[in-house]
Design a protein around this ligand. Structure first.
Ligand SMILES: Cc1cc2nc3c(=O)[nH]c(=O)nc-3n(C[C@H](O)[C@H](O)[C@H](O)COP(=O)(O)OP(=O)(O)OC[C@H]3O[C@@H](n4cnc5c(N)ncnc54)[C@H](O)[C@@H]3O)c2cc1C
Length: 489
């Protein structure tokens, strides 16, 4: 029986471990988790009548891996869609809340009418935006920042009023540093293939109206689902499908060592320990164990530390992946204490509005059963890549800040929330900065010399839950293929 270790029981590691167990009965999986629970950043607070997600509150289904995993584990019937009403998002514009134009998806204009009638853009910005049709495709074939791509194609004002706050809201990131190719490759490909975003939309519509609608949309609310009982329930239910005794909670991996190092024809046959025939040694506080293969799904900084002894060059690349911090204040307030509009799933705030808030999610408009009827659950996202110091404020400072923001942005007239909690996310959101894909290619070259070691997790190929599941599953398949091949040699 081959022994495989998976390091980290966030959603990436859980998906990898489940895929290993599903794919082959010849592999015994050990899933090491440093904390006392599975799920990593996914965590739910249950407090009386309140169900509040500390991080993700739903996941997309367009990349189907998280949905498919739920199906295979018999959990699909427990997934719910967001409420039908209020399926729109607002943007703060000169202190007023306005709907994001219905025909503007992430950064793609798809409905001329709604763009012409929006009050979020001046007339000159609208004309510049429609002029995207005639902007030539980019000739040079190198990475470009998200800010550069969207100002080049759509104009400065559209970038500042719409694209920048949408991106900051999703990635808590500075679009001037983000790699367009790594974060929104679909638009780079569209520009190259069709000549631009409007042309891309028209071409897709010609081909197939339904497919066009899907492609045009970055965030259509009917393409999201959430576990009815919250993310904790979901990750625990997934963990219960693991083979008995494979999960080791409270077991931090302290070191990872290749037992014999790469040989000259390493890509084909990684050397193994003569006594056990195994390639890897893992140490925890209480034991030292050997494994035929390892999947590491820990965050990049920890993975870099673990790799530093046996794969220093790979460790150096992994260590360059930056993570942003943010703070979230969750507050349940009475509907009748809010004077501003709340007929949406949330709002985003452009940097030029000069506020501390990145976005506010109206969480109970999406999933109403999670708080008492007369209340609205708000999650106020503060900080992000552009103001990393916010996360260091004390709880009372963050609450005071959230209260001020709520008064100014949503006309909150109350003095105390019915329920509130502060959540800090230190170095929790990976940032795919310029050159990310090139660095990932170099990383793959380094890892090729150790074919029984695979990496997965939010730091590499997508931060969303479906991408993390996909990454874990791909790592598992590649490792199983490698172990099967070496078994035949
Ligand atoms: C505030 C916030 C909101 C988000 N909202 C959404 C959303 O709405 N939808 C969406 O799809 N995505 C969302 N995301 C992104 C998504 O939730 C994460 O990218 C994803 O859950 C990360 O999973 P992971 O397994 O890669 O990493 P993690 O969740 O970080 O898991 C890593 C695990 O490794 C463990 N570990 C670390 N070191 C060791 C060690 N040495 N030994 C053993 N174990 C170790 C950790 O304890 C942890 O459990 C959000 C993220 C944040 C922070």
């Amino acid at each position: 029986m081959k022994q495989v270790a998976v390091i980290g029981a966030g959603i990436s590691g859980l998906a990898a471990a489940l895929a290993l167990a599903e794919q082959t009965p010849d592999v015994q999986v050990t899933l090491f988790e440093g904390s006392d629970r599975v799920g990593g950043v996914l965590e739910t607070i249950h407090d009386g009548r309140y169900l509040v997600e500390r991080s993700a509150d739903n996941f997309a289904t367009l990349i189907p891996n998280a949905l498919e995993l739920s199906r295979r584990c018999g959990l699909e019937s427990e997934l719910i869609s967001p409420e039908i009403n209020n399926r729109q998002a607002l943007v703060l514009h000169r202190g007023k809340l306005l709907p994001i134009p219905a025909g503007f998806s992430l950064m793609q204009p798809t409905r001329i009418g709604s763009i012409m009638s929006t009050r979020t853009l001046s007339w000159s910005a609208k004309l510049r935006l429609l002029g995207e049709f005639w902007v030539p495709r980019r000739a040079v074939d190198e990475d470009e920042s998200l800010e550069s791509f969207s100002t080049r194609r759509l104009g400065r004002e559209t970038y500042e009023n719409l694209v920048e706050p949408i991106v900051s809201g999703i990635f808590t990131a500075d679009p001037a540093t983000l790699s367009m190719r790594a974060t929104m490759p679909q638009f780079v490909e569209m520009e190259q293939r069709t000549g631009g975003l409007i042309r891309g939309h028209l071409a897709a519509r010609k081909q197939d109206v339904a497919a066009a609608a899907r492609r045009a949309s970055g965030a259509r609310y009917d393409q999201f689902v959430a576990p009815r009982q919250g993310m904790n329930w979901w990750v625990n239910a997934l963990a219960q499908r693991l083979p008995a005794r494979s999960l080791k909670l409270n077991t931090r991996v302290l070191s990872l060592r290749s037992l014999a190092g790469p040989t000259p024809e390493v890509a084909k046959t990684q050397a193994t320990d003569a006594a056990t025939g195994r390639a890897w040694q893992i140490e925890t506080a209480s034991e030292s164990l050997t494994f035929d293969g390892v999947i590491c799904s820990a965050p990049a900084a920890i993975t870099a530390r673990l790799l530093s002894e046996s794969l220093p060059a790979a460790a150096t690349i992994v260590a360059t992946i930056p993570y942003a911090s943010s703070a979230v204040v969750a507050m349940a307030v009475d509907h009748n204490e809010l004077r501003g509009r709340t007929d949406a799933f949330g709002l985003i705030v452009p940097r030029k509005e000069g506020r501390q808030t990145l976005a506010i999610s109206f969480a109970s408009n999406k999933y109403p059963a999670r708080v008492p009827n007369e209340q609205l659950l708000l999650r106020i996202f503060l900080g992000g890549a552009l103001s990393p110091e916010t996360v260091e404020l004390s709880d009372s400072q963050l609450i005071a800040l959230a209260h001020t923001e709520l008064r100014d942005i949503l006309g909150w007239t109350g003095t105390a929330a019915k329920w509130q909690a502060v959540m800090r996310w230190r170095e929790a959101m990976p940032q795919y900065v310029l050159g990310h894909l090139d660095r990932m290619q170099q990383l793959q070259q380094q890892l090729a010399t150790f074919p029984t070691l695979k990496l997965c997790g939010a730091g590499y190929a997508g931060v969303g839950i479906p991408q993390c599941v996909r990454g874990g599953e791909q790592a598992a398949s590649a490792l199983v293929a490698r172990l099967n091949a070496s078994g035949l040699e």
